[in-house]
Design a protein around this ligand. Sequence first.
Ligand code: NAD
Length: 240
Amino acid sequence: MGQLDRQVALVTGGGSGIGRAVALALAAEGANVSICGRRREPLEATLALIEANGGTGIAIPADVSDDGQVEGLVDETSDALGPIDILVNNAAIGGGGAIHEHSVEVWDHVLDVNLRGPFLLARAVLPGMRGRKRGHLVNISSESGLEYYAGVGAYGVGKHALNALSEYIQRENQDFGIRVDTICPGMVVTEMTEDSAGLDHAKCLFPEDIADLVLWLVTRRPNIKIGRPILIQTMLNPWE
Ligand code: NAD
């Protein structure tokens, strides 16, 4: 018996990095996992790993910033696996520079994926969760959503706003048995960061560290409330 048997989880950005580790961790505890991302191949690779471990899931290429594709993603997931119990809003892109250096296109694109995406996903799953009086949202934010690092521009603004979005959703839905958690990781070795010059990977977090936390959050006793975004960092500065 897994801790998440018969539950359905949707993980965005599940083809790589943190999303892949989260999808594998949830599936290993018995959840049926729907993974979405832009590219089919990495999604299929994650699904193959899930199935090799005895789990079940579905891979659906979709752009989280497109409302029609998000509705299709949620409908296809529900039709194939059942109503969604757990949503992990993980997909995001980097992007930045100093604010005055952003093109309008970069600004819009980063906020479309990193903020509009989680909004669209939440909007699509919340009515069903409210009706069933159960559900769990986990939003993957960033340390950049708590601090103000000069030069990460739209990315940092989007993550601060994602923290606020999580809080609004929590307050509006806690009487419906729905929980919302926000995780703010420090540096994690993934595609997003592996080429960062001067970064000591041995001092970074690994995707599995974030997956462990997500798993604890979605399986914890119902009476435990986490009041603020969770900052998860390493003890050693990975830039030194
Ligand atoms: P990653 O690049 O491996 O994963 C991002 C995923 O999002 C990819 O699978 C990509 O296909 C998907 N994606 C991008 N745009 C999309 C779109 N429009 N529609 C659907 N999917 C899309 O990077 P990661 O480090 O695993 O990032 C996962 C999350 O963790 C992100 O929210 C990121 O901001 C956050 N985070 C990462 C770090 C880090 O150091 N790596 C630190 C803090 C927070």
